[in-house]
Ligand binder design. Structure first.
Ligand code: ADP
Ligand code: ZN
Ligand code: ZN
Length: 801
């Protein structure tokens, strides 16, 4: 076994294959599949993953592995297989899928250096390199070094270029101080100190009382002493210091009170029995748990996980990024303590790496995390749970374009274990599969403690306008808010927009300022009176008069959270408002702080965007207001109705979760739309039927599969031509039953000065599709490398803009 099959760190089609490398004798016993290695590639050194070991290669001039980057493999055999499958399934490169499975910190970083080989260089080079033996490549370029001069010098044997590959991972270390003296020796040392050495004395006395080592920082704080004093004692050989590796601890959970499993209600018991049966019999089964908000799904997850742990197995729980609140994490930590790792994109690179290492070292058995936690390197999986399975954030919108649900089911097949998909509003795809018996449907229709779902009132904003109310708050909502404030109850207000910024429109002629590069409305920023593009950062001054008709009635339109906050303050000055949106939660920890403030009743109203729609559980919230239900309904996306239904249901679930009854007010310009009407009646089944009918009529998922091909290029004629060629090739090579739409301009036809065109494949069963798409990609590969052509293929699109 002295040959390694390696996938190299160059994500292009040409290198998307296996390369053979010889394992040099001194590394022979140390290389294993799943390790990162450094290998020579052309003139460079790059990182690669070892897939397999063999004892034969057909390559004549086989090169050798340069070095190892890992002591133990970072990818398990299962994950290596999964990565290969995923790359084929999503039409990605092998290297991209392996990278996607690992924390950022394990990516390689590359450094180029220029080394001097000769004592005499040309004066130009002497000027740049000077006395030194080598300099960073970038410095060479920055100081005016040219490629030609460099090439000549390399040919003449005066210089060489050396490539370094580094791993980016770092570990955090604490300096620990301890005493090396026994109590008697300490006593003596103290007595021997001169009278004036009070500080030293204090430290040694501390170690008389405390036997173990202490973190240096803590010692300094506690004794109010200095580095130099400690240093002197170390020099005197009375104390020693030592660096100890510690985990970065993103959540401080010292005070978490442990919880015990609750006695289950009937509907929970039934669900639990089914999941445990699959667990006990090591059956791969996919359950769709349809349970209304507050029906006790999370408690079922917790107990099912416990069952898996008792059988010596491990569990992964996926939660959407925005629901991964401290409240949510606490529920898991409170039940399983230090057995839990948390993988969250808000963690720093280092923190994520530390959490990953806990899994890798088998120090934890449970992972709670967002999408990429599905790749946790467990080897003995017993249960995979995806909460809020309908959330589109489970689909990765960059290479590799995978859906966590597909990955979960694939892993569960390998481990022969159950998958639980949970939601109050399952995706149409999943519910349809459950109805067909592909998934096992489990239902929890009742809320805990017989709490009722809050009553929902729809308010027609057109009526408000006709009645002369031009504000963004209907009379009903205003009154309801005032009542809550009087009763010292709390309110959640939801708006589907970000920031203060919104578009500018002329009330006279309807003119809207668009970005000249991106074809989307510019947004108004009040602080500097400017209009900005949210894609490319283009900006211009806010005009005083309409550029079309010169009217002075041009002004911003629509509502952002900041504007709502101001209007709210004006309408109800005594109200205390916390605003939560992208802008107020940008800083680390801000999210948690604001929620805590609201939880402690430091404010009456929590006003926010999507991020407050889920997961929050506050006992005192009795009113939820939705300001403009229509904003989602009008996106160019065939899932717009489904998304509106899901969002309204979710938002409503925030009210009246405890003793106090809840009320929901939804403001809309189209109260007659079925997704708004049925969401207000909590009628998922009727919505499902109605929406399935629409999907069938217009040939959308789950009746048809979609593939979206988006082509972009700075030259519009070129994009149109290439997209046309692609659609012709598809028409020619795919089967008759397939429908090909387009080419058409994408809804966002221009982003960052690139034109975007698309075509869409609608199909029921097309086994050859991937092969043909790969060929098309290969056909354009040269153009993609040389020119500024992008072809993006999404085999299960969720973003249709
Ligand atoms: P979901 O995840 O479906 O929204 P939760 O699991 O959060 O529901 O449960 C809602 C509330 O009911 C929580 O406060 C939870 O602690 C409580 N709860 C859940 N199961 C039980 C039970 N068996 N007995 C008593 N209270 C429960
Ligand atoms: Zn105008
Ligand atoms: Zn722009």
């Amino acid at each position: 076994m002295n040959v390694a099959n390696v996938v190299v760190d160059i994500p292009v089609a040409q290198t998307n294959r296996i390369f053979d490398y010889k394992i040099p004798p001194h590394l022979e016993a140390s290389v294993f599949p799943g390790m990162r290695v450094i290998v020579p590639f052309g003139p460079r050194k790059i990182m690669g993953y070892v897939l397999q070991l063999t004892d034969h290669s057909d390559i004549e001039k086989i090169k050798s592995i340069d070095d190892l980057m890992d002591i133990t493999p970072v990818l398990t055999p299962e994950l290596l297989h999964l990565g290969k499958w995923l790359a084929d399934y999503t039409l990605s490169f092998y290297i991209s899928t392996f990278q996607a499975m690992l924390p950022q910190a394990l990516k390689a970083s590359y450094e180029k250096e220029i080394h001097r080989l000769s004592n005499e260089l040309s004066s130009d080079l002497e000027r740049i390199i000077g006395e030194r033996d080598h300099i960073p490549y970038q410095e060479f370029i920055d100081s005016g070094g040219s490629y030609r001069v460099l090439q000549q010098a390399i040919q003449a044997g005066d210089l060489e270029v050396i490539y370094h590959v580094h791993s980016k991972e770092t570990t955090k270390k604490h300096t620990m101080i301890h005493s090396i003296l026994d109590p008697l020796q300490l006593e003596e040392a103290i007595a021997n100190l001169p009278q004036q050495a009070k500080k030293k004395k204090k430290i040694l006395q501390f170690f008389q009382e405390h036997k173990g080592p202490i973190v240096k920082k803590q010692l300094l704080n506690q004794l109010n002493t200095t580095h130099s004093t400690v240093k002197q004692l170390i020099n005197d050989e009375l104390l020693t210091e030592e660096k100890v590796e510690v985990y970065r601890n993103p959540y401080q959970y010292r005070e978490i009170e442990r919880t015990k499993p609750l006695p289950l209600m009937n509907q929970q018991k039934k669900v639990m029995d089914e999941i445990c049966e699959a667990l006990d019999r090591t059956l791969h089964r996919v359950f769709l748990l349809h349970g209304v908000t507050g029906s006790g799904k999370t408690e079922v997850y917790l107990q099912a996980i416990q069952h898996a742990l008792e059988k010596g197995k491990e569990a992964i729980v996926l939660v959407p990024e925005i629901s991964l609140t401290p409240q949510m994490v606490t529920r898991f930590k409170a039940r399983f303590g230090s057995k839990v790792a948390v993988m969250h994109s808000a963690l720093s690179k280092g923190e994520r790496y530390d959490e990953w290492r806990k899994i890798h070292r088998k120090e934890v058995q449970v992972v709670v995390g967002a999408r990429s936690a599905i790749f946790a390197p467990f080897e003995n999986l017993g249960l995979l749970i995806i909460d809020e399975e309908h959330e589109t954030s489970y689909k990765q919108e960059e290479h590799p374009r995978y859906h966590a649900r597909d990955v979960a089911i694939h892993r569960a097949t390998y481990h022969n274990c159950p998958v639980v998909l949970g939601s109050a509003t399952p995706s149409l795809e999943s519910f349809a599969r459950a109805k067909k018996g592909i998934y096992h449907l489990l239902s929890m229709p009742e809320r805990m403690n017989e709490a009722k779902m809050p009553s929902v009132q729809l308010v027609d904003m057109r009526d408000e306008l006709h009645a002369g109310n031009r504000s963004m708050f209907s009379r009903q909502l205003k009154q309801a808010i005032e009542e809550r404030i009087q009763r010292k109850e709390q309110v959640v207000l939801f708006l589907n927009r970000r920031g203060y910024s919104t578009f500018v429109m002329c009330r006279d002629c309807g003119y809207v300022n668009n970005c000249p590069h991106c074809d989307i409305a510019l947004t108004y920023h009040r602080n500097n009176q400017r209009l900005k593009c949210h894609y490319c950062n283009y900006e211009e001054k806010m005009p005083n008069n309409c550029p079309e008709c010169d009217s002075d009635t041009i002004r911003y339109f629509g509502t952002g959270t900041q504007k709502v906050e101001e209007a709210l303050q004006e309408m109800i000055p005594e109200a205390n408002v916390i605003r939560m949106d992208v802008d107020t939660t940008r800083r680390k920890g801000a999210h948690e702080k604001l929620l805590n403030q609201f939880g402690n009743h430091q404010a009456d109203i929590l006003l926010g965007t999507q991020m407050i729609a889920k997961g929050l559980d506050f006992a005192n919230v009795t009113l939820v207001g939705v300001l403009a239900a229509d904003s989602l309904l009008n996106l160019p996306d065939f899932r717009a109705s489904e998304k509106t239904f899901q969002l309204l249901t979710q938002v409503s679930g925030r009210a009246g979760r405890h003793q106090l009854p809840g009320e929901v007010i939804i403001q809309t310009y189209t109260p007659e739309h079925y997704s708004i009407k049925l969401a207000s009646a909590y009628d998922y089944e009727s919505f499902f039927k109605k929406e399935m009918l629409m999907r069938k009529t217009y040939q959308y998922p789950p009746y048809f599969y979609l593939t979206l091909i988006t082509v972009s290029h700075p030259n519009q004629a070129k994009v149109m031509e290439i997209t046309k060629t692609i659609s012709l090739l598809l028409r020619k090579h795919l089967s008759e039953s397939v429908r090909i739409l387009g080419p058409t301009p994408s809804p966002l036809t221009k982003i960052k000065d690139r034109y975007r065109y698309q075509c869409m494949i609608k199909y029921k069963n097309e086994p050859n599709q991937r092969k043909i798409l790969r060929k098309i990609l290969a056909y354009f590969e040269n153009d993609m490398r040389k020119e500024e052509l992008f072809i993006q293929i999404d085999l299960q699109p969720y973003q249709l803009m």
